[in-house]
Design a protein around this ligand. Structure first.
Ligand code: PLP
Length: 518
């Protein structure tokens, strides 16, 4: 079993897939998610030989363990990495900054990419990968050849994913991207970030309706076999393995940064605290830990959409107990909207490992267990895992749920106590969870992941800080890049009602305008 081939969480039997097929397919047949057939181990001396490497060199070392050089030769992989992280504003890509040295609390700033949120770290790489594979598959074909392999990426967004995906895929050969957003219902900065990208392969559809309408349309397009076969629909949501892989790098990078910043700390106990929605960000930490990075604990921080917090406290993975009695299924709207979810799609990947290690004799059996759990979740709205499975998980994970009121309090208190550092609300959910952990275990070092720049979520930050002193104003937090967006030309098409056929027609019209032959 190799860490460079991939199996599905719901049918884990061979043949396994190559990295290329895994990335281009996104989702496994039958709804499963792809995972590596084995977790690679690190060179025995990595703590010394890797510790001073740049972000890019660490990325190369990590990615090489999961991608065969037969698929991407080393020189090509290095170029892909260099191209992906040259767009970041920080030399170190994901800098680690001390937030409260006395309490050994550090922030891992993941928001220095083009759209100012952590999703850039993965999506910049994914865009380059798509282009690399398609260019190779189309070598020697004429630009107008209808036999060219193409991808039509279609996604719905309430903000963060859409802009990061657009910046990752803009101007890529043989890829078109269509992002549906609910018209007037994403934050003004996020709307501008998406609609001011005017590359010919980028298409924003502003749908009159809400986010769920957009998501329903996207799902129905993927279910539409004829349309899907015709246009080769692709997805860039966080179930794509390449996104998880790309995020592993910053766990290594931040660990080594911490060793430097805390000079003198010998083999420190390090806990990572991660603001969590779909469990993609923290899952990368799990892989880093299993590869051998000495992470003492991974702390899940949720907002009031707390399915994961409830799981870690009960062993029951249940959509929303209140909804079951009231008949509604709504996600709660919070100040940290990128974490507003009903279920966490990547959690299935962790459940597979827990099943494999605690219940199953073989990978195939683990796949069967996962299949039955996921069917149960779908039909009854919940699934309970056996006690030993929960206990095994709790050896590596813990969790905290954080309300909006606590989020606002943390933004305020951190601002006052830390040289005016302004947290975005997602990061503040994580910092709140960190502070609770510090109270319980002050001896450890804490790395709290900072997932967005505060200006992206100005409403929440304003609510916390407006009037606190005469230093803070939203205008000062706003980067120059954002101020410029207002005056740029827009690229957006209004879809008058949330109707699948209207969206299909818009997609085909836009593809024709791009010169795509179908
Ligand atoms: C997507 C996102 C998250 C949640 O990450 P997951 O991988 O879905 O757990 C947290 N914060 C911000 C700002 C995000 O955009």
């Amino acid at each position: 079993m190799s860490s460079q081939e991939y199996l599905s969480t719901r049918d884990s039997s061979p043949p396994y897939l190559s990295f290329e097929d895994t990335v281009l397919r996104g989702l496994a047949p039958g709804g499963g998610l792809f995972i590596p057939a084995a977790i690679p181990t690190l060179p025995a001396d990595f703590l010394t030989t890797w510790k001073d490497l740049s972000f890019e060199d660490l990325a190369f070392n990590v990615f090489s363990l999961y991608i065969s050089a037969d698929e991407i030769p080393a020189a090509d992989l290095k170029n892909l990495i260099a191209a992906s992280y040259s767009t970041f504003r920080s030399d170190t890509v994901t800098p680690l900054v001390p937030l409260d040295k006395a309490r050994k609390l550090y922030l891992l700033e993941l928001f220095h990419g083009p759209t100012y949120a952590f999703k850039d770290v993965a999506l910049q790489f994914v865009g380059n990968l798509f282009e690399y594979f398609l260019t190779r598959r189309n070598a020697g074909k004429d630009p107008k050849d209808p036999a060219r392999e193409r991808l039509t990426v279609v996604g719905a967004t309430s903000g963060d994913t859409g802009s990061a995906a657009i910046y990752g895929l803009r101007n890529k050969t043989d890829v078109s991207i269509f992002i549906l957003h609910p018209q007037g219902k994403v934050s003004p900065v996020q709307e501008l970030q998406m609609t001011t990208v005017t590359d010919p392969n980028v298409h924003n559809l502003a749908v009159k309706g809400n986010f769920d309408d957009c998501q329903d349309i996207v799902k129905s397009l993927f279910d539409d076999k004829q349309f899907n076969d015709k246009h080769h629909l692709g997805a860039v949501n966080s179930i794509n393995w390449a996104r998880i892989l790309a995020q592993i790098t910053y766990y290594f990078h931040s660990y080594f940064s911490l060793l430097r910043l805390s000079s003198g700390a010998d083999k420190p106990t390090v806990k990572y605290v991660v603001p969590t929605g779909n469990f993609g960000d923290i899952l990368a930490g799990f892989y880093a830990k299993r590869m051998g990075l000495p992470i003492a604990k991974l702390v899940v921080a949720t907002n009031s959409n707390d399915i994961l917090d409830r799981f870690w406290k009960s062993g029951v993975y249940e959509k929303n107990p209140a909804a079951a009695t009231s008949g509604e299924e709504a996600v709660k709207e919070t100040l940290s909207p990128a974490m507003d979810i009903l279920i966490s799609s990547n959690f299935e990947r962790l459940l597979w490992y827990l099943a494999r290690e605690n219940l199953a004799a073989t990978p195939i059996e683990a796949g069967q267990i996962l299949q039955s759990w996921m069917v149960e979740l779908k039909t009854t709205g919940k699934v309970a895992v056996p006690r030993p499975v929960l206990a095994a998980g709790l050896a590596e994970f813990s969790s905290e749920a954080v309300s909006d009121a606590q989020t606002v309090d943390t933004i305020k208190s951190v601002y006052s106590s830390s040289q005016k550092y302004v947290l975005d609300p997602h990061t503040a959910v994580g910092v709140t969870a960190s502070l609770r952990n510090i109270a319980a275990d002050p001896s450890a070092y804490y790395i709290s992941l900072s997932t967005a720049h505060p200006a992206k979520f100005g409403d929440a930050v304003d609510r916390a800080l407006a009037g606190v002193d005469d230093v803070y104003s939203f205008d000062k937090v706003l980067p120059e890049d954002f101020k410029k967006l207002e005056s740029l030309p827009k690229n957006v098409t209004l879809v008058d009602k949330p109707d699948r056929e209207l969206v299909k027609a818009e997609i085909e019209k836009a593809l024709k305008e791009e010169g795509v032959v179908f």
